[in-house]
Design a protein around this ligand. Structure first.
Ligand code: SAM
Length: 246
């Protein structure tokens, strides 16, 4: 165990994850801003600026996996031209419901579709997508190599996969501050604002266990991706991984 939190067996993990996002769906967006100090917006913006969806009416189909309430997909279709469309796939219906509502409010409902799907077993044909992204989602998936294989399978040859995820802080002092913040501050904010500390304890624990950038890059190569890169951001709090189906 890490810091007294129990280690969760693989088969229990998805149930626990589902429970977490079921509990927080309605407050998810506000908690995200609150806990990251708005930084998650900058990270998502960077993801989309690197992905650069095309301008004009050139068709570009983007799958945002574990897309939750639609943040990444909304940015993608707003940055791209009229040919850019996105599918948000998530295992959690409550998160998707919040996302659909937000899409309506933004007038993006005709360009962003929401689908219930498990990252380990995608309900899409081979080679459908120009891009597949997953932001702050892959660490929740029990069998990451399976999900990576699926992500590669649904990409067109030449298509790009980008993974944004919490990573390993490697800046002296920032690492200590970050540790204190994540193990002490986040669960207590969770308890006060969302009324429950446990989901946030799980969140912190899962971040802790996620492989460092180079190790994750290797997992992407093992899944068959080519030209894989890993870019640490904000002192390593998160890392952006990229690879292509070649
Ligand atoms: N990508 C969104 C964002 O950045 O705001 C949401 C990230 S949220 C931290 C993690 C999401 O992963 C949740 O919506 C959860 O339901 C989803 N998730 C967890 N396990 C999944 C799985 N096996 N397949 C698909 N989505 C999953």
């Amino acid at each position: 165990t890490h810091f007294g939190y129990r280690t969760v067996p693989l088969d229990e993990k998805q149930t626990l994850v589902d429970d977490v996002f079921h509990k927080v769906a309605k407050r998810y967006d506000i908690m995200n801003d609150f806990m990251s100090g708005g930084l998650h917006r900058a990270w998502k913006n960077l993801l989309i600026s690197r992905l650069r969806p095309p301008q004009g009416d050139r068709p570009f189909l983007h799958l945002d996996l574990a897309g939750g309430t639609g943040d990444v997909a909304f940015r993608s279709v707003s940055a791209g031209g009229t040919g850019t469309r996105a599918i948000v796939a998530d295992i959690n219906t409550e998160m998707l419901a919040v996302g659909r509502e937000r899409a309506e409010k933004r007038g993006l409902a005709d360009r962003v579709e929401f689908r219930e799907a498990n990252a380990e077993e995608l309900p899409f044909e081979d080679g459908m997508f120009d891009a597949v992204t997953i932001a702050f989602g892959i660490r929740n998936v029990p069998r990451i190599p399976l999900a990576l294989k699926e992500m590669r399978r649904v990409l067109k040859p030449g298509g790009r996969c980008m993974v944004l995820e919490f990573s390993t802080v490697d800046v002296p002092l920032l690492d200590k501050i970050y540790e204190f913040y994540s193990f002490k501050v986040i669960p207590s904010i969770g308890a006060r604002v969302a009324g429950d500390a446990e989901p946030y304890q799980y969140l912190v624990e899962s971040i802790r266990k996620f492989p460092p950038p180079e190790a994750f890059a290797q997992m992407m190569r093992d899944a068959g991706f080519g030209r894989v890169t890993a870019t640490p951001l904000t002192g390593g709090i998160v890392a952006l991984h990229s690879g292509y189906r070649i």
